[in-house]
Design a protein around this ligand. Structure first.
Ligand SMILES: C[S@@+](CC[C@H](N)C(=O)[O-])C[C@H]1O[C@@H](n2cnc3c(N)ncnc32)[C@H](O)[C@@H]1O
Length: 264
């Protein structure tokens, strides 16, 4: 593992502040809508049965996941380093009449100001693997955690054409920092991700492979970026991606992973 674990938090904050107004627009494209559908379908099966459960959406940005959770009746704490992303979230939650279900906080996911075991479900889709211990600390025993991870092999595949040197370097070590969208991420392998969470007292329930599949399907860019689409093709695409996300024989190929586990 690389020794340099530091992250440019100010840089990350500035980057997301700048993207805030446009962030949700990507989810209006075919590619974004497919990704959101798959994320949500996978998440639904892991949500607490009890609607009084407390959920933390860490690095939750514009509330893409907080909003539907609040609409379902959960009490959600949404935190993020970017005040602008949170401001977009606040407007959406207000517009949809669920602002009172959500606590919004500006903070770094690596330094959460919550007491130990504060939440029944902790979700962190982006924000970095460095936050793992902190996320686990605030999860109740018996509660669930969901973390977004950068997958080493899938990233090597997608990087190879533009940068064969770094793609190969990724495969030579156990885990390695990479730059993706101007941000530094620790890329891990599937088994390594499992070990990492199990070492910290998490029973891994499932690791899903998400993102990057459309490249393999050779779906033309104009279809991926389109804002209107054939519903039948959308359903077929999401059905395929949901099957691929769970299939052990192809999981290593995806660029990103989402791990679900239970704190024991
Ligand atoms: C790709 S967006 C994801 C937002 C949301 N989780 C989603 O799935 O739509 C990444 C978010 O992570 C936030 N973020 C990145 N590093 C963070 C950190 N260390 N602490 C808190 N938020 C962070 C960014 O500000 C941004 O809003």
């Amino acid at each position: 593992m690389s020794k340099d674990k530091s992250k440019d938090i100010e840089g990350i904050k500035k980057k997301w502040d700048k993207h805030a107004e446009r962030y949700d627009q990507w989810y209006e494209t075919f590619e974004g809508a497919v990704e959101h559908h798959v994320d949500w379908e996978l998440l639904k099966g892991h949500l607490p049965q009890n609607k009084d459960a407390k959920i933390l959406d860490a690095a939750g940005g514009t509330g893409r996941i907080t909003l539907p959770l609040a609409k379902m009746g959960y009490r959600v704490t949404l935190c993020d380093i970017s005040p602008e992303m949170l401001s977009v979230a606040r407007e959406k939650l207000k517009r949809e009449g669920v602002l009172d279900k959500v606590e919004i906080l500006e903070c770094n996911v690596c330094k959460l100001g919550f007491a130990d075991e504060s939440f029944d479900f902790v979700l962190c889709w982006d924000g970095g693997i460095e936050a793992t211990k902190e996320l686990i600390r605030v999860t109740k025993k018996g509660g669930r955690i969901s973390v977004f991870l950068v997958n080493k092999c899938g990233t090597a595949i997608s990087k190879f054409r533009e940068d064969p040197h770094s793609a190969l370097a990724l495969l030579r070590t156990k885990s390695r920092y990479i730059y993706e969208d101007e941000e530094k991420h620790l890329a891990v392998g599937l088994e390594e991700a499992r070990e990492l969470f199990e070492k910290e007292g998490i029973k891994v329930i499932e690791i899903y492979a998400v993102c990057g599949w459309l490249e393999f399907l050779s779906i033309p860019e104009e279809v991926q970026e389109s804002r209107s689409w054939d519903e039948k093709f959308f359903r077929q695409t999401t059905e395929l991606l949901l099957a691929l996300s769970k299939d052990p024989s192809v999981k290593g190929l995806s660029r990103h992973l989402v791990l679900y586990g239970e704190r024991i």
